[in-house]
Design a protein around this ligand. Structure first.
Ligand SMILES: Cc1ncc(COP(=O)(O)O)c(C=O)c1O
Length: 560
């Protein structure tokens, strides 16, 4: 590291492996702990005597074909210390090792072990099913795909069906017509598309954005992606330039961001969301974070905003969004607006960053023209919930043309986003309209999913409201609740003794006793001295809610 590298001014907290900028204005427990993965197998493997790949004089004969071939290897391999593996844990990309992703972390791994035991007929467990409330994966619960989307996907995957006598018997006319249009525009789903995505689909997305925001949108600004995660990865690879690069991330945050920044060896600059105002953003405070990070030599390039928010379930107000845009204009940083939950809004209204930016540009000519914005959307969330199909896009506004050229090169290296995922994205932004044959069914399916999510959110919230030792903000959006758990000191002491985060200690016991898998708040980051967990509200029924309540009461009694 060069002697005056600004990163020297960053502190590492305890054993955390990702450098996190601390500011004078916050008390902050870094969320990014070393992985809890069990490395004991690897340690045992390392300690074990080397097996057949050890090259000894007696085993060199297995190389003989090579030795004889074309004279490439002319002398026998005789070194007794030849390595067993070309790539080892120590020699691999260490930035990847630093990355942590709690959503599929220790709790999820343990849940899979327990599920396996149940499947093998283990009746010693105190529950008969695992409830995966740890991940926003709607169709892994009971959410059904939207029929029209799957009909069109089937037809474009197997176009011969369109010419068969069965097509009109099985599929509605609008699904058939849409498939013909898409096939005409795309050609075969088995062919690479343009790197940015199929032009027709980009135009469809631009039309959707224009209708949503009442401002024009340009198909050239749209980049389709294999899910929002892939768009985030391309974006961060493009903007990050080593450890001096700072990217502000909310705390708590969806760990895609901390993990991706760790892989890029860039510096996460945390800003706390305010639990007391429904996890709102306080821009006066955020500006102190901006200024103190710049003062510490961090090259602050971007700010991630997740709205509606994973994990808190909050939605930002117009004013909050407008204040963030003003801050970005003043301090020149890119806003990464993660808006994948834009239709998961149960209280209030969704305001897109793009719309508010365009309003500011209209109302204050010249002041906000240079603001850079990346906004993300996905087919994984909302009422679509097609996580496995990997569809999504980003819209890029105000980014330097030469940087865009480099980004284009980057996405071209992976050729193109999955074309079926692009088709699904087109269907999401351009669903059946009133008057279309499929409209009534589409609307019914959409409303059913929406109402079920809303009802489940409030069922869980109301249950938490009645419990001592838990406080929870009212659900506004997304698929999650992020309640505070007021852990008894004895529970914290026991957790510390076991070298486990106190909220993880709670969540592990919840899993072992009820089969309910949630994610500890420490996996997302949280204010120093507070403890949370994140639960989805996707699970149907109320049985698991009852099991949760019983567990929580027992836990408090046990440790009080
Ligand atoms: C806030 C947020 N952004 C992005 C993603 C990734 O979504 P995708 O499936 O589109 O990659 C998720 C997934 O849970 C998310 O919660």
């Amino acid at each position: 590291m060069p002697p005056n590298n600004p990163i020297r001014s960053l502190s590492r907290h305890g054993s955390a492996t990702t450098a996190v900028l601390t500011t004078t204005t916050t008390q902050y427990i870094p969320p990014f702990k070393p992985s809890n993965r069990d490395y004991s197998n690897m340690a045992a493997a390392a300690a074990a005597p080397m097996r057949s790949s050890v090259v000894s004089p007696t085993t060199t004969d297995k190389f003989s074909p090579l030795q004889q071939s074309n004279g490439i290897l002319t002398s026998p391999v005789t070194s007794p210390v030849a390595r067993r593996k070309a790539i080892t844990l120590e020699s691999m990309n260490q930035f990847l090792r630093k990355a942590d992703y709690a959503v599929r972390g220790r709790l999820a791994i343990r849940a899979e072990e327990l599920r396996d035991r149940l499947a093998k007929g283990d009746i010693t467990l105190p529950f008969s099913e695992i409830v995966n409330s740890n991940i926003g994966n709607p169709q892994a619960m009971d959410q059904k795909p939207i029929t029209f989307f799957r009909q069109v996907l089937s037809l474009v995957q197997y176009p011969q069906l369109l010419d068969s006598e069965y097509a009109t018997k099985i599929f509605p006319q609008d699904a058939i017509e849409r498939s013909r249009v898409l096939l005409k525009e795309i050609g075969s789903l088995g062919a690479y598309s343009q790197s940015q995505g199929v032009p027709y689909i980009r135009q469809s997305i631009a039309n959707f954005i224009a209708e949503r925001d009442s401002f024009p949108a340009d198909a050239n600004d749209i980049y389709l992606a294999g899910g929002a995660s892939s768009a985030v990865s391309s974006l961060l690879t493009t903007i990050c330039n080593g450890p001096s690069t700072g990217v502000m991330i909310p705390v708590p945050q969806y760990p895609l961001y901390s993990a991706s920044l760790a892989i890029e060896n860039a510096t996460p600059v945390p800003y706390l969301l305010d639990e007391s105002t429904c996890w709102g953003t306080d821009t006066v405070y955020i500006e102190t974070v901006v200024k103190s990070s710049i003062a510490k030599g961090v090259d602050l390039r971007a700010m991630v905003v997740i709205n509606p928010c994973n994990p808190t379930g909050s939605c930002l107000t117009r004013d909050e969004i407008s204040d963030i845009i003003k801050l970005a204009a003043e301090h020149t940083f890119l806003i990464i607006a993660d808006e994948v939950y834009q239709t998961n809004v149960y209280e209030g209204e969704f305001h897109s960053f793009k719309k508010i930016l365009r309003e500011l540009q209209r109302d204050f000519p010249g002041l906000y023209d240079d603001v850079e914005l990346a906004s993300l959307h996905s087919t994984s969330k909302g009422m679509v919930g097609e996580c496995g199909q990997r569809g999504g896009y980003m819209e890029l506004i105000g980014i330097d043309d030469q940087v865009l050229e480099e980004l284009y090169k980057l996405i071209s290296i992976s050729l193109c986003p999955v074309v079926s995922g692009q088709v699904l994205t087109e269907l999401m932004v351009n669903p059946p309209r009133p008057g279309d044959e499929s409209y009534a069914l589409y609307q019914k399916e959409y409303d059913t999913v929406y109402e079920a999510l809303k009802e489940r959110a409030f069922t869980l919230f109301n249950a938490f409201q009645k419990l001592d030792g838990i406080s929870c903000q009212e659900p506004m959006g997304a698929m999650y609740l992020f309640p505070t758990i007021h852990l008894p000191p004895r529970a914290i002491k026991d957790a510390n003794r076991l070298k486990t985060e106190p909220d993880e200690f709670y969540c592990l016991q919840l899993l072992e006793q009820t089969g309910i898998c949630v994610v500890p708040g420490s996996g997302f980051g949280q204010k120093d001295g507070t403890y949370h967990f994140r639960t989805t509200f996707l699970a149907p029924g109320e049985d698991h809610v009852k099991r949760f309540i019983a567990f929580h009461k027992d836990f408090l009694q046990k440790y009080s």
